[in-house]
Write a protein that binds this ligand. Structure first.
Ligand code: ATP
Ligand code: MG
Ligand code: FE
Length: 345
C-alpha cells in the first residue's frame, strides 16, 4: 500500500510517500522558519500563504524522490487537525483534489496521532499497550495507546506546552527562534546544577504537568541579574532549564508507565528531539527495565511521513474520510470529525 501524505498544520509544508507504513520512499519537509523568524513566532496568515505557494512543488518533489507517479498511489492522506485552521485548509483542499482527481481513497489524520506514529515508522511491530509522551510546540500529553487508533490521555499540561516553554525561555535568553534546538545546543556546554530552578510535580499522584512556574523562575533570574548588573552564564541557565524540564517529564512518564503496566514507552513531538530528554528518559527507563522507543530527530518534528504511517493503519481498518473532509483546528486525539457525505455525480 503506497500512501501520499500531506502535512500543513503549522509552519512546515511537507509531503511524503510511504509504502506499507514503514518504508519511507520520500519525506520532503519545507520549513518556513526563516519566514517567521523576524516575527519571533508563526504568523498564521503568512503560514497559509506559504503553504499555498509551496505545496504543489513539495508534492512533485516527494513523488520524484520516491521515483513514482500519481498512478502508483493507493491512497491520499492529510492532517486535518489540530493546528492553524488556514494552514490545515491548504493541505485538506489539496488532498481532497488529489483523491477526487485520481479516484483514490482519502484518509484524514490527527496531527498528534501522526507524532505518535513516527514510532511505528521505525518499529511497525510495537506491541500494545504502549505509553507515549507527546511533547511538542502545542502539546504535552501522556497518552496510553491501547491499540491502533485507540487512545487514553492520562496526563496533560495545565499551562504551557513543553515546546512553548523552550521557545519562550529561548526568547528571554535572546537566543532567537525556534528556541528548542538553540537551548539544546547551548545546554551542552553548561552546568545543569549551577543554577537551582523549580520543578512542578503538582498534587501527589498527578500525571499532569506545569511549566509556567519554571519559565517565570528563569525570567526572574535574568531580571535580578540585570538589576544587579551581573553577568549571566547563559549556558548554565539553559542547561538548568533543560534538566528541570527533562526531570519532570521523565519522572511522570515512568510513574504513568508503572500505573498503566506498560513495558514500552514511546517519545513523540518536536521536543522529543531534545538530547537531554532523550538521554534522561532512556537512562531512567533502563533502570526499571522498561523499553524506550524514540524516532530519529527529523521524524520527531513536523513531517508528512508520520502522517502517512498513521494513515496506513487507518487504511487497513477501512477508516476512510469522505470528500467533505474539513479542517478541524481543535480536533482531539481519538476523535473523528467528518461532516456530511460526499456523493459523486
Ligand atoms: P503540535 O505538534 O503540538 O501541534 P507543533 O507542530 O508546532 O505543535 P512540533 O513541530 O511538533 O510542534 O515541535 C516544535 C517544537 O519543538 C518547538 O517548540 C521547538 O522549539 C521544539 N523543539 C524542536 N527541537 C527541539 C530540541 N532539540 N529541544 C527542545 N525542543 C525542541
Ligand atoms: Mg514547526
Ligand atoms: Fe507537531
Amino acid at each position: 500500500v503506497v500512501i501520499l501524505a500531506l502535512e500543513t498544520s503549522c509552519d512546515e509544508t511537507s509531503a511524503a510517500v510511504v509504502a506499507d507504513g514503514s518504508q519511507i520512499l520520500s519525506n520532503i519537509i519545507s520549513s518556513q522558519v526563516d519566514v517567521h523568524r523576524k516575527f519571533g513566532g508563526v504568523v498564521p496568515e503568512v503560514a497559509s500563504r506559504k503553504h499555498l505557494e509551496l505545496l504543489n512543488r513539495v508534492v512533485e518533489e516527494a513523488l520524484a524522490a520516491a521515483g513514482l507517479g500519481f498512478k502508483d498511489l493507493d491512497a491520499v492522506a492529510v492532517t486535518y487537525g489540530p493546528g492553524l485552521v488556514g494552514a490545515l485548509l491548504v493541505g485538506v483542499a489539496a488532498a481532497k483534489a488529489f483523491a477526487y482527481g485520481l479516484d483514490l481513497p482519502l484518509l484524514g489524520v490527527n496531527h498528534l496521532e501522526g507524532h505518535i506514529y513516527a514510532n511505528f515508522l521505525a518499529e511497525p511491530g510495537l506491541a500494545f499497550p504502549l505509553l507515549c509522551l507527546v511533547v511538542s510546540g502545542g502539546h504535552t500529553d501522556l497518552v496510553l495507546v491501547e491499540k491502533h487508533g485507540r487512545y487514553r490521555v492520562v496526563g496533560r499540561t495545565r499551562d504551557d506546552a513543553a515546546g512553548e516553554a523552550f521557545d519562550k525561555v529561548a526568547r528571554t535568553l535572546g537566543l532567537g527562534y525556534p528556541g528548542g534546538p538553540l537551548i539544546d545546543r547551548l545546554a551542552a556546554g553548561g552546568d545543569a546544577s549551577a543554577i537551582s530552578l523549580p520543578r512542578a510535580y503538582l498534587e501527589k499522584g498527578s500525571l499532569d504537568f506545569s511549566f509556567s512556574g519554571l519559565k517565570s523562575a528563569v525570567i526572574n533570574y535574568l531580571h535580578r541579574a540585570a538589576q544587579r548588573g551581573e553577568e549571566v552564564n547563559k549556558a548554565d541557565l539553559a542547561a538548568g532549564f533543560q534538566q528541570a524540564v527533562s526531570d519532570v517529564l521523565t519522572e511522570k512518564t515512568l510513574a504513568a508507565a508503572k500505573e498503566t503496566g506498560v513495558s514500552t514507552i514511546l517519545l513523540a513531538g518536536g521536543v522529543a528531539s531534545n538530547s537531554g530528554l532523550r538521554a534522561a528518559l532512556t537512562e531512567s527507563a533502563g533502570q526499571e527495565s522498561i523499553r524506550v522507543v524514540i524516532p530519529a530527530p527529523v521524524l520527531c518534528t513536523d513531517n508528512a511521513a508520520m502522517i502517512a504511517c498513521a494513515a496506513y493503519y487507518k487504511y487497513l481498518r477501512g477508516a476512510f474520510a469522505p470528500l467533505t473532509l474539513n479542517a478541524v483546528p481543535d480536533l482531539k486525539l481519538g476523535e473523528e470529525r467528518y461532516e456530511g457525505n460526499f456523493k459523486k455525480i
